[in-house]
Write a protein that binds this ligand. Structure first.
Ligand code: PEP
Ligand code: MG
Length: 677
């Protein structure tokens, strides 16, 4: 047996993400692996067990490894813990950031507060008018169902197998819909279902004579309670996941699968304290007009799903909404986060008119998705999509995108314990290149580091990760990792029209070093020159744009980061979310400088941050001379439709006026007034 004593340095200890990274690593070894935290003992292959160790920063853990691969296991576990176990939030590039919510939802001016109005946060745009339906999950009472129902171990196994099947299907469905975050939730549920600690505990209870139903329910509840009482918000979400999985299996065991939790047979607005992922996907979407949720922010799964389904939703609504009468009519405005109850006939009429306009606007935009984005006075703007997977690319094509303006490659590198090989990467880039054919695909090289480290990369701890070894800085300091990615992209470029883009460039030397490596690899692989551009995300790069433009092939402005760095506001900070506005004149001035710098040297400049799909920003960006807008895929048809209704000759003046405004709000008001929005 091998032993390893090691201290945990992760800021928040072994919470969900690092624990999952550790468990995933440990599972690949045949040896039995036990972890001790003082008196507490855990099976290292069980996520639940590891979480309940309650290991915090500074905890001294002891690993006992026993089996044929114990030597390798100890070495790899030590290396993974020393490198931080992938500590950090889910990659922000694939999340919708608080500022990203503004695109359509918070950009419109807020309605004045009225007595019959409640406020929340707009999470998915659009207007819903309809009766309230208070969704309350039906808990299964064991007293009612378990009398006379003694389920044995095999029948529990059968329910587990069916739950696994359901979750695999849901995971697949979400992937097909391009809902990566939802897919990840169901994937996590699958992991919990297979947790050895859970099944062992249930088996022990059954062996002691408890019926399987009770054994399952009580084991789930005991474990969820332990996880929830660790007093960590991330872990309490895990406890909710555990309960959600528990309910799914329980329903299958009692045969209640199709009979519970259904909506009434008429369209309703679902009002709830909270909704679990399983609740949300179980609704018949034909009967849901919108969502109104007391808990959860704009990045909650209900919000993500509502946006994908095109259903209006508001979240963080005042809890007095729970007291509204069932069936009473309400108006939910997912664009400004308001809820009107007891609406007057005039209010209903106005809301209906607004809703119809919104629906019509979307319908026309979708119908004309393939019509080019040419302004009324003949100026063409390239509208392309942001993608993070092959599914996104396929969807972008259907939505009329003229290419992919930002392919985020992080997804390939996260949630694993070793770096993807060159051929694994090639196998992912190639079908994306083939799908898009002649249309351009701008592949962004790995943009991780700092706040989102990878377990297999050794990194220093950083006080200010957003100002640390991020993006291109990280890749240049790890030439082998970088070379492998560049080689994979270059090889895939033979199968389509790929361009390369480097993130977080702040200095021309960084670009030169990266381009040099690219040139060397092109020669080595005998591949024709591939265009390479940079993201403008750092104020220094925007200010030096005219110098950079002499050497780079193009610019793509990452307004999410450019806003964060210009306004000195953490893009994930909830308290600063409402102030994080890319239409701030300071950000606009940097955008103007970037476009000017590019054009001076005959290069093009695009936008790939969320600002590109903000209907208030589109006219200004075009007025400033932007050549390309790369936007989230569902927004492609809407942005194209908006462009077709604009006159570029009027927008130049508007853009110049915006640069002279004092605040983002002034800019928004200017656009609203000038274009009668
Ligand atoms: C940006 O910063 O605007 C951007 C597009 O990159 P990401 O959101 O992936 O950081
Ligand atoms: Mg960025």
């Amino acid at each position: 047996m091998k032993q390893l004593e090691i201290t945990i340095h992760n800021e928040t200890g072994l919470h969900a993400r690092p624990a999952k990274t550790l468990v995933n690593l440990v599972k690949k070894f045949k040896s039995d692996i036990v972890i001790w935290n003082g008196e507490k003992k855990a099976n290292a292959k069980s996520l639940i067990s590891v979480l309940t160790l309650g290991a915090s920063k500074g905890s001294q853990l002891k690993f006992e490894v026993n089996g044929e691969d114990e030597e390798t296991a100890v070495v790899e576990i030590e290396a993974a813990i020393l490198s931080g176990l992938g500590e950090g939030e889910a990659v922000h590039s694939s999340q919708t950031t608080p500022s990203a919510q503004k695109t359509e939802s918070t950009s419109t001016e807020q309605k004045p507060q009225k007595e019959n109005m409640l406020r929340g946060v707009g999470a998915a745009p659009g207007i819903a008018i309809g009766p309230v339906f208070h969704f309350k999950r039906q808990e299964i009472s064991l007293d009612e169902v378990s009398s006379g129902l003694v389920l044995d171990w095999e029948r529990l196994q059968d329910a587990l197998a069916r739950a696994r099947e359901q979750l695999e299907n849901l995971n697949q469905q979400m992937i097909e819909k391009g809902l990566q975050a939802e897919a990840a939730i169901f994937d996590a549920h699958l992991g919990l279902l297979d947790d050895p600690e859970l099944t062992d505990a249930v088996q022990t209870r059954i062996q002691k004579g408890q019926d399987a139903l009770k054994a399952w329910k009580e084991t789930i509840e005991d474990n969820a309670m332990v996880v929830a009482t660790l007093n960590d918000p991330i872990l309490s979400a895990r406890a909710d996941d555990l309960r959600d999985v528990g309910r799914r299996v329980l329903k299958l065991m009692v045969g209640a699968d199709d009979k519970m939790d259904v909506l009434p047979d008429k369209p309703v607005i679902v009002v709830a304290d909270e909704l679990s992922p399983s609740d949300t996907v179980s609704f018949n979407k034909e009967l849901v007009l919108g969502f109104c949720i007391v808990n959860g922010g704009p990045t909650s799964h209900t919000a993500i799903l509502a946006r994908a389904l095109g259903l209006p939703a508001i979240v963080s609504v005042n809890e007095s909404v729970l007291k509204l009468e069932n069936d009473s009519y309400i108006i939910v405005d997912g664009s400004d986060g308001s809820l009107t109850f007891n609406p007057s006939p005039e209010e209903l009429q106005a809301a209906e008119q607004q809703r119809n306009q919104w629906i019509e606007k979307r319908r026309v935009a979708l119908e004309q998705a393939n019509v080019p984005a040419i302004t009324a006075d003949g100026h063409e703007v390239e509208v392309v999509g942001n993608a993070g997977s092959l599914t996104d690319a396929e969807k972008a094509l259907k939505m009329g995108a003229a290419g992919i303006g930002l392919l985020r490659t992080e997804f390939l590198f996260l949630e694993r314990t070793t770096a993807p090989t060159e051929s694994e990467q090639f196998d992912v880039y190639r079908p994306i290149a083939e799908t898009m054919g002649k249309l351009p695909v701008i592949v962004r090289t790995l943009d991780v580091g700092g706040d989102k480290p990878l377990p297999y990369i050794e990194m220093m701890r950083e006080e200010n990760p957003f100002l640390g070894e991020r993006g291109i800085r990280l890749c240049l300091n790890r030439p082998e990792l970088f070379r492998q990615q560049l080689r994979a992209i270059l090889r895939a470029s033979a199968h389509g029209n790929l361009l390369i883009m480097f993130p977080m460039v702040g200095d021309i030397e960084e670009y030169r070093q990266a381009r040099k490596m690219l040139d060397e690899l092109q020669t080595e692989l005998n591949i024709p020159r591939v265009s390479a551009g940079i993201m403008i995300e750092v104020p220094s790069a925007a200010l030096m744009a005219d110098v950079l433009a002499k050497e780079v092939d193009f610019f793509s402005i990452g307004t999410n980061d450019l806003t964060q760095y210009t306004l000195a506001m953490d893009r994930m900070h909830p308290a600063l979310a409402s102030k994080q506005d890319g239409l701030h004149p300071a950000v606009l001035r940097l955008i103007a400088k970037t476009i000017e710098g590019a054009h001076k040297h005959g290069k093009w400049a695009g936008i790939c941050g969320e600002l590109g799909s903000d209907p208030y920003a589109v006219p200004i960006l075009i007025g400033l001379g932007i050549d390309e807008l790369s936007v989230n895929v569902p927004s492609v048809p809407l942005v194209k439709a908006q462009i077709r209704g604009l006159n570029v000759s009027e927008l130049r003046n508007l853009a110049q006026q915006a640069l002279e405004c004092s605040t983002a709000l002034e800019v928004r008001e200017l656009v609203k007034k000038t274009l009668s929005m």
